[in-house]
Design a protein around this ligand. Structure first.
Ligand code: FEO
Ligand code: CA
Ligand code: CA
Ligand code: CA
Length: 695
């Protein structure tokens, strides 16, 4: 089963339909109903939006106006050059804002340069062969930079910060735009093998050049590829060795080949690289319910799951995660471990946080099961004032949860490697938000409350393998797709990107989620009491609500000083610069033409004083890409960003293309713009032309 549409496997809107095992479509309002309720205008329902579902719906400002009877719906924004520079008033950001828009190239604030550091197919290992466009060559791919770069982390290698180990996740592959039709159509084993080699991560040593830019050190001993195909990983923590983790290939339940769908991540204070496994469910074929094998529809399977009648031994677990519930990759045709009927436990060995020592290329990555199993977006950490490490993690699916892990031990700043077992013992908690502005962290500990054998949790291993179900029983707050969660070491506050949730209905609104459906996302600010990130109770606020604040029906919320280019939608990855300012990247998926009309990008957002909630646009991706991996060097003078899946999302709406975008006919060939070269996901380094801190 070839993947028919590469956007099926991004993290934006397009993935959502496959992620909904819990929400009930029956009580979900259309956008038009919500808008009508907000506007108090029956007339609204008579417009084009009243009965449309989201996918056909235009919610761009122009379309909203049209629906309100003011003018005809406009087509999505045409490609535009940066407008006359306008600084964002009241913003601490001192850069010149760029305009919303969409174009085949990327765009950065005037006075800055955006240069390519490394592209898909470039050498990582010194003996990597040259990239051959359109070829399925797994052995070559194992030595070359992987596909769809997402997380970017920087580990300094010297005191003056001129050398570093850059750690980059390769989240997924986009078959239609990577490979020619014959390969896609026949889907031979070599194709699956190459895709598996394009997943995972890369570690590359980079060195600063005389002009301040960075280059990959081609022959560095640190350079390393980590892949789904070949990298052996250990399993540690409560679930290690448990029978539910055992397979034919690994009867010990402690040794897994590879990692899957590594989205965001983190760098610990002791310089290890955390790779978060997100949409692992998408890689498994097989039948969750034998009884439905003939002529089954997705609805039948969901019903069997809901009734607890699916027959697979891990059905309750896999139903909750969406494993083998349709869509996704066909690797299971060629590799038994990706078929849940041939290897019933293999899917339990993914969905974890993987820890890698980037300073030792021979080290074995470790899946740290104490951090729970879910669709981990990222794993950003901060050392608490008592020395314990605190890791914040989102589970990116509609109505899933926000988590925190607090280690038992403390960070030893004098002996780096003594910290390597720190993530194996500690307390994982899940968040419950209250309308009074507080939030409580509820520990997921076997034997406490409902987490007992009566509910199928015989040990802590079961609690970790089925983290989601444990959190359900505790009554955690269902959230609008928690993506990156970023502690700000300058202010002590923590920011949560909730990207969107098109299925939230009016009856499911709460103080955090006061828009239903939520097409534009929001950023929640959490405050630990007295800077204690291990406290049981925090307070919370909303920093911004995505969408166009000049269109009241959206319910968007930014500061008054935010310009018409400063607002954004669908926040995904976050970073904090050395000055403590928040930087936000977006992922609107295929919905960009309707959601905002602009390509995704990078925005700087003030969090304090007069600058609070003032947002300004700094960088824009080439068409069809999403923006990942914002990462500052410690001096704040370079910002690395990851351009993921250029040329894929929203091709029909892109003026001048307006047809499918694939290997043969992509809507952009960024960054090479060569006739035989497909678009290539790449790491971009952004620097100020005359030096100094970004922003
Ligand atoms: Fe892979 Fe939720 O972004
Ligand atoms: Ca994403
Ligand atoms: Ca993401
Ligand atoms: Ca981050």
């Amino acid at each position: 089963m070839p993947i028919s549409d590469p956007t099926d496997i991004n993290c934006g809107i397009a993935l959502e339909p496959t992620e909904d095992q819990r929400s009930s479509p029956a009580n979900v309002a259309t956008f038009g109903e919500v808008a009508a309720a907000r506007m108090g205008r029956r007339a609204f329902l008579k417009g084009a939006l009243g009965t449309t579902t989201y996918t056909a719906l235009a919610v761009s400002p122009a379309a909203l106006l049209a629906a309100c009877g003011e003018e005809e719906a406009a087509t999505p924004a045409a490609p535009t050059a940066p407008s006359a520079p306008t600084a964002a008033p009241g913003s601490l950001a001192q850069f010149t804002e760029i305009s919303h828009g969409v174009s085949t190239d990327n765009v950065v604030s005037p006075g800055y340069s955006a240069d390519i550091l490394i592209r898909w197919g470039d050498p990582v290992l010194a003996d990597a062969p040259a990239f051959v466009p359109g070829a399925a060559d797994a052995d070559a791919q194992e030595k070359q930079f992987g596909y769809n770069n997402d997380y970017v982390g920087f580990v300094p290698l010297n005191d003056d910060g001129t050398r570093g180990a850059l750690c980059i996740n390769h989240e997924f592959t986009s078959r239609d735009i990577m490979f020619p039709y014959d390969l896609r159509n026949t889907s031979p084993k070599e194709l699956a093998d190459t895709e598996m080699a394009a997943h995972g991560g890369s570690v590359v040593e980079i060195a600063q050049m005389a002009d301040g830019g960075w280059r990959v050190v081609a022959d560095s001993k640190l350079n390393r590829r980590i892949t789904t195909r070949s990298t052996a990983m250990d399993v540690s923590g409560p679930a290690a060795g448990h029978p539910r983790m055992q397979t034919n290939a690994d009867p010990t339940g402690t040794r897994v080949i590879g990692t899957l769908n590594n989205c965001a991540g983190g760098i610990t204070p002791y310089g290890t690289y955390l790779m978060a496994e997100e949409n692992f469910h998408f890689y498994f074929l097989g039948e969750l319910d034998d009884a439905e094998r003939e002529g089954a529809t997705a609805g039948d399977l969901e019903a069997a799951c809901a009734a607890g009648e699916a027959s697979h031994p891990e059905a309750r677990n896999y139903c909750r995660y969406g494993v083998a519930m349709g869509g996704g990759y066909d690797w299971g045709r060629h590799f038994d471990r990706f078929n849940i009927n041939k290897e019933p436990n293999e899917a339990n060995r993914f969905g974890w946080v993987v820890e890698v020592d980037p300073l030792d290329p021979t080290s074995t990555p470790v899946k740290r099961t104490a951090l729970g199993r879910f669709k981990h977006e990222g794993a950003e950490s901060i050392t608490n004032k008592d020395g314990r490490l605190v890791i914040y993690m989102g589970d990116d699916q509609r109505f899933d949860y926000l988590y925190r892990f607090v280690t038992d031990g403390t960070v030893n700043t004098d002996d780096r490697t003594s910290n390597f077992g720190l993530l194996d013992s500690g307390v994982l908690s899940v968040a419950k938000f209250s309308d009074d502005g507080s939030l409580t962290w509820m520990p997921l500990i076997h034997g406490q409350g409902p987490l007992t054998a009566d509910n199928g949790f015989d040990t802590q291993a079961d609690v970790m393998i089925e983290t989601r179900r444990a959190a359900d029983l505790l009554g955690a707050t269902p959230m609008d797709r928690p993506e990156d969660v970023e502690p700000n070491p300058v202010t002590g506050k923590v920011y949560v990107a909730l990207t969107n949730n098109s299925r939230r209905g009016p009856s499911q609104m709460d103080a955090v989620h006061d828009r239903a459906p939520n097409y534009w996302g929001l950023i929640v600010e959490m405050t630990p009491p007295d800077g204690d990130h291990s406290a049981d109770t925090f307070t919370w606020n909303i920093l911004v609500k995505g969408g166009d604040p000049s269109v009241p029906v959206t319910g968007a919320q930014f500061s008054e000083a935010t310009t018409s280019n400063g607002w954004f939608a669908c926040p995904d990855n976050l970073a904090v610069d050395p000055a403590g300012r928040l930087w936000v990247t977006t992922d609107q998926g295929s919905g960009w033409p309707q959601i905002s009309g602009t390509a995704d990008g990078v925005w700087s957002v003030g969090t304090q004083g007069e600058d609070r909630a003032t947002s300004a646009m700094f960088y824009r991706v080439p068409v069809g890409a999403e923006m990942c991996g914002p990462c500052f060097t410690p001096d704040g003078e370079t910002l690395f960003v990851a351009v993921q899946h250029p040329g894929t999302d929203g091709a029909l709406a892109f003026e001048g293309h307006a047809r499918a975008s694939d290997f043969e006919d992509p809507m952009t060939r960024w960054p090479d713009f060569q006739p035989d070269m497909p678009p290539r996901p790449s790491i971009v380094m952004i620097r100020k032309d005359d030096g100094g801190r970004i922003g």
